[in-house]
Design a binder for this molecule. Structure first.
Ligand code: C2O
Ligand code: CU
Length: 453
């Protein structure tokens, strides 16, 4: 497998640095057609060995899909995996329900079969795609890619970078460790934590990924956490930087939080202003007992140092007017240990399989009704709660207002957290909601909303 990191300038847009952009096969200006094929490949992830992986179009991450808000995106997908059914889910995008890639809305795409996804892109931002069948196995094996949706009103930067973070659990021989969830208390408790950190599909055990930059330029970094379970805390050293968007959506105003927390499935966009020094992206790896371990994941070496550019004026978000709520949904997230594995529950129910799911009762909510969604984490583990097809606005966490506001599709609950979210459920259909620690959702922590007028 080769990893493509390309530098290119395209029609007035900023220079692009990151996993290769998917080729747009439709000549129309407002249609982007991309062909994706799920297929086996190999990757140089282990020390001195090749790892057999699953890929989109031969690379991990798969091609980066780039389009503009309002475009039609058509993805012609074929499954060339020898032996596995799959689908594609467009994580964070408010797509029409039939295009969501879950078992509620489509049949699995079997080996040798094809499916075309097509929808008008409703929102700008940073998103990603991955299968929604056996996700814990499929994503770990390499089936994921990023999506960048431009807004013509966004501030113009000089350089756009995409950094897709992952960790993979490799055996010493370079083979991806087995997926025996029923027998793994460790993997079902915290989730599967890999021993090999990857940035844009490249292992960083021997040192960070490196590129070049210049003082006085404005860079936008888009980060995606594609790891099955790991939460990364990230910081940038050597330059002034600000958090400008979370889960693709601009936050109320750019912020300088020092550390940005990125749970599985979440995204963060940063404004980075190189000046006098090389710039480093650090991942802070949490360890159960002891201080977090800093790992240098990416470094920008300056071809020219000097004074930094001024920060830009970023497009403010359109946040919903929070109205008196007309419906309330309470979800209790908890777990049970049966001695050999954890079972994870939402309001006491565990959906461990497609049959459980399709036999389970979705939560009915009225479309467009202001809704209060209260999540309580009664367990001792973290749960990044992901809702399909809608955005959520955090109102309160453990009795306090959040430090800033912005729309999200994935909200992290630490052990004991009690979080109230506001949602409008504007998008009708059957939408899944689940923990994005993929071993937790595989072991039951999953539900669905039925949104109807
Ligand atoms: Cu990123 Cu339901 O998933
Ligand atoms: Cu969880």
């Amino acid at each position: 497998m080769s990893v493509f990191l390309v530098l290119m300038a395209c029609g007035g847009r900023a220079v692009w640095w990151g996993p290769e952009l998917a080729e747009d096969l439709d000549p129309a200006d407002d249609v982007v057609e991309v062909h994706l094929r799920a297929e086996e490949a190999t990757a140089a992830w282990g020390v001195g060995t090749e790892t057999a992986v699953w890929s989109y179009n031969g690379s991990v991450p798969g091609p980066t899909i780039r389009a503009s808000v309002g475009d039609t995106l058509r993805v012609v997908f074929d499954n060339a995996l020898p032996d596995a059914d799959t689908t594609i889910h467009w994580h964070g995008m408010r797509v029409p329900n039939a295009m969501d890639g879950t078992a509620w809305v489509q049949d699995p795409v079997g080996p040798g079969e094809a499916f075309t996804y097509s929808f008008v892109i409703p929102d700008a931002g940073t998103y990603w795609y991955h299968p929604h069948l056996m996700s814990n196995e499929a994503v770990e094996r390499g089936l994921y890619g990023a999506i960048v949706i431009d807004d013509p009103d966004d501030a113009q930067v000089d350089l756009e970078r995409l950094l897709v973070l992952d960790d993979v659990d490799l055996q010493p021989d370079g083979v991806i460790a087995p997926f025996d969830l029923d027998e793994s208390l460790i993997n079902t408790t915290r989730g599967r934590l890999g021993n090999t950190l990857l940035v844009n599909g490249q292992p960083i055990g021997e040192g960070p990924l490196v590129d070049h930059g210049r003082a006085g330029e404005v860079e936008r970094w888009r980060l995606v956490n594609a790891a099955n379970a790991r939460t990364f805390d990230i910081s940038v050293d050597g330059a002034a930087w600000r958090l400008i968007a979370e889960d693709g959506q601009p936050i109320d105003a750019p912020r300088s939080p020092g550390l940005v927390t990125l749970a599985s499935g979440q995204r963060a966009d940063l404004e980075v202003l190189p000046g006098d020094d090389d710039v480093t992206l650090t991942l802070w790896i949490r360890v159960p007992e002891g201080a977090d371990i800093p790992i240098s994941a990416f470094r920008v070496e300056l071809d020219r140092s000097g004074s930094a550019a001024s920060p830009l004026d970023w497009r403010p978000p359109t946040l919903p007017e929070v109205e008196a709520t007309e419906q309330t949904v309470d979800l209790l997230l908890d777990g049970d240990d049966d001695g050999s594995a954890m079972t994870w529950t939402i309001n006491g129910a565990a959906w461990m399989s497609c049959d459980d799911m399709l036999g389970g009762d979705p939560i009915s909510v009225r479309q467009d009704a202001p809704t209060s969604l209260r999540l309580v984490n009664a367990s001792e583990e973290e749960h990044p709660f992901h809702l399909h097809g809608q955005f959520m606005l955090e109102q309160e966490r453990n009795g306090e207002a959040p430090p800033w506001s912005g729309l999200r599709d994935t909200v992290l609950l630490m052990p004991g957290d009690d979080v109230t979210l506001y949602a409008r459920f504007e998008n009708p259909g059957l939408w899944m909601a689940h923990c994005h620690i993929l071993e937790h959702s595989a072991r039951g922590m999953m539900t669905a909303f039925e949104v109807a007028p």
